[in-house]
Design a protein around this ligand. Sequence first.
Ligand SMILES: [Fe+2]
Length: 276
Amino acid sequence: MSRPFLIAQISDPHLKAGGKFSYGVVDTLGALKRMVAHLNACVPRPDVVVVSGDLVDFGRADEYAVLAPLLAELAMPFYLVPGNHDDRGEMLAAFGGQSCLPVTGGTLDWVDEAWPVRLIGLDSTVPGAHGGQLSDAQLAWLDQRLGARPDVPTVLILHHPPFITGIGHMDSEPFANAAAFERVVARHQQVERLLCGHLHRPIQKRFGGSLVNVCPGTSHQIVLDLQQDAPAHFGLEPAGYLLHWWHPQEGLVTHTGVLGDYPGPYPFYDAQGLID
Ligand SMILES: [Fe+2]
């Protein structure tokens, strides 16, 4: 494919069933509907959508039953990894065998080779825990997969960012084996990006010679509070998404978009030149 390849990343939709609002105030279903409509209307249209975890709020079958038909409205293929709010078994019951997910199994790790950028999904969840990790077996699998195709630009998609961020309540359960993960990434220079969620706001960090992009949430955002005793609070800042634009010569360029109605666009220029 010589034309650019466009990956849209959305994260943490936290869907609930029965029209319930998350934490009593967040219309997560309405927010995801707006996001799906926005992505379908994008010009150029993204080639794929990746969803970096916390697909639903309590990992329940009735929540995935709300999610599945909504994701089916996407005009492009979508790819999923679980977050700490998901349940592997219920997620597989709803999506197993689709989007490179296995039909059954343990951790939900996968590879897709269909695009100019190789997509690798990693299941960083630990059942019952808030924080993330990748097991030694998962790291060995990843190392082997990356080693098999060193010349193909690759993104890794996983829910948990493998670092602390300074937002106190989110740092209380850090990624368990980030150093071992970083050593694997550092061995494979084709890793263009690690695409994460969990923090519900845009964050970047260098990692193993690559770059981590953390995606905003589709509905609620975690409050930007860099104090160790930061309480577990969220706000309704504009919902956002990332557009990862792959250009064969340039590499991967990442844009952050927000949803909402704002004034504009306005022109910079008129017939006399730059408007004074
Ligand atoms: Fe989340």
